[in-house]
Design a protein around this ligand. Sequence first.
Ligand SMILES: C[S@@+](CC[C@H](N)C(=O)[O-])C[C@H]1O[C@@H](n2cnc3c(N)ncnc32)[C@H](O)[C@@H]1O
Ligand code: SF4
Length: 360
Amino acid sequence: MKGKVNWVSYLEKQSVEMHGMKKDNRILHKQKIYGIKPQAQKFPMMCVLSFIYVCNAKCPNCPYTNSQIRADYKDRPFMEESTFKIIADQCGEYGAWVRISGGGEPMLHPKAVELMEYAKNVGAKVGLITNGSLFTEASSTRLLEAQIDMIEFSVDAGDSKTYAKVRRGLKWDVLLRNVKRIATIRNRLKSSTKIIASSVNQVDVDIDAIAKYWEPLVDNFQKRKYLTWGINDPSKSADPAPYLPLTERIPCPFIFERLNIDSRGKVMVCGFDIAGKTDMGNIHERSIKEIWHGEEYQYYRQMHLSRRGQEIELCRNCPDWQYRSWKHNYWKIVKKAEKKRRSQVEPLDFQESEGCVKDV
Ligand SMILES: C[S@@+](CC[C@H](N)C(=O)[O-])C[C@H]1O[C@@H](n2cnc3c(N)ncnc32)[C@H](O)[C@@H]1O
Ligand code: SF4
């Protein structure tokens, strides 16, 4: 892309009215304007980290189980402490989320707990996506005392038989013990950590039964659309109905709110690029803020806003674009989880603030 663009004013001019979707597509897109979210004007709302590429499981639906990506990252299987701290410091300055995930299990990182404590101490919000297999009483307590903002357990099943199939290598009893223990300690400590469970909606699992099982145990339950990243078998999705109609090429919401960083510190344009094909800049060379406002991101945003996203090779080949939503998103999940958390740890205050207890 040639020349510098004042992309904030560009976005103001280019704001595009959003189209509603038909009811049978389930999610109604009512947002009036596409473009950068107000909370992301200065800095991304969320930095999603590929914190680790090593795993203790072999989930058959996982794109890392089904690809060479882990092998390609064998020079840097864990994010180094120094890389993490650069990210945490900058997120801390803006109160942004550090969302810890990746091509493996974050709790296998030798400094996982210490680094999450660090991120909270410098003011970042911290979300952890985990398979839930590796928590001890001590690590659970430390994370809850640090008040990390969210622990997302990827459960994928509501019974031991299904779990053994979809979470190969992990133990159902261990997951249950760890989730229940974290919920109990959280409530005892009145920690502000929210706890959710997620499940991929794939064939051979009963997503409604899974939701019914987990909803009473956690603050929120998240159905994840089965994604392929261009790697997995698309026929395994139990609910392929798109959120975004492909023909309209609605702008992809991710490039307007978040970015992804690999263990080497390289920023990839979005969560589809798990193999690290794109290079938006490295956080060891440029600040996250500079990268977020850099020409590379401006180019992607402008192309998407002018409905020309499909002219970008990566976007044209992204089968997961249709499952990104402007309406059904992480922020809603956080909000709902917080409501339930409050009802668990502060039942009386919560009821009063909700107007359940009448003044006398
Ligand atoms: C790759 S995992 C890494 C973190 C951790 N090991 C875990 O399992 O939570 C990150 C998230 O991707 C989800 N995931 C894996 N395969 C998926 C698929 N085919 N479609 C949608 N989400 C998937 C997992 O369930 C998990 O919530
Ligand atoms: S536990 Fe997570 S990273 Fe490991 S194989 Fe399963 S989905 Fe992939």
